[in-house]
Ligand binder design. Sequence first.
Ligand SMILES: NC(=O)c1ccc[n+]([C@@H]2O[C@H](COP(=O)([O-])OP(=O)(O)OC[C@H]3O[C@@H](n4cnc5c(N)ncnc54)[C@H](OP(=O)(O)O)[C@@H]3O)[C@@H](O)[C@H]2O)c1
Length: 231
Amino acid sequence: MNSRRFLITGGSQGIGAALVKQARAAGHQVVFTGRNDTHIQTTARETGAYGIRADVSADADNQRMVDECGAKMGGVDVLINNAAFGYTAEIGTIDMARMRGLFATNVFGAVDLTNRIVPQMQARGDGDIVNIASTSGMKGAKGATVYAGSKWAMRGITQCWQADLRPYGIRVVCICPSEVQTNWMGKTGRNNPNKLYADDIAATIMAGLDMPRRVLWTELAVFANNPWKED
Ligand SMILES: NC(=O)c1ccc[n+]([C@@H]2O[C@H](COP(=O)([O-])OP(=O)(O)OC[C@H]3O[C@@H](n4cnc5c(N)ncnc54)[C@H](OP(=O)(O)O)[C@@H]3O)[C@@H](O)[C@H]2O)c1
């Protein structure tokens, strides 16, 4: 793949940070976002990528991201909608303010940012958009209304964007990881070395981007092959 210009939301830690590292190692320009200054500075220092403190749920921050990508790289070729968080509550106990806040990040933030970036991709007739959903968005589960609902939404939205953007040569893919050993909801490690690592998801994304441009992976679920294995 020729050198391309990446914008990765939530690149300060976890899957996003692993992707920042792999994209930089492959010679790409990378701007990434997060909210925690320490994490942003660490990832920026380790990779040479440019980190921005920006909240994807804030419209003004999203416009600032687009403007900074224009100033630093001249635009965006690859947008990774990765920033998200979880919230577990069974129906009957859901805090609607928390649900609205989660959708503001996991769904509306991704739509708002993409809405601001797509016109430049359409004008060039080129671009890649990767939405990070989850296997939680493929099967309902106890207590999962809010988080799983947001990930089901991103899977459906991905299909709509494919219909909108394939005629422009823009690829949109949805990646659905199973459990990954990140700091997700404070569960670093999860005490099981046979589960997925952030690097596994980053490598999957890079592999999809590396496919010839005539090839579109519409959606990909990624599981650990044998998480029950005991070491
Ligand atoms: N880990 C899993 O088991 C798993 C499984 C399936 C899917 N996923 C999905 O994979 C993606 C990454 O998850 P992860 O495990 O890498 O999580 P993580 O380690 O908690 O990292 C989340 C990243 O998103 C950023 N973020 C959160 N809210 C944000 C906001 N409003 N604006 C900007 N950045 C924000 C965080 O930045 P700050 O910390 O600086 O705020 C952090 O960089 C998410 O979409 C998640 O739903 C994860």
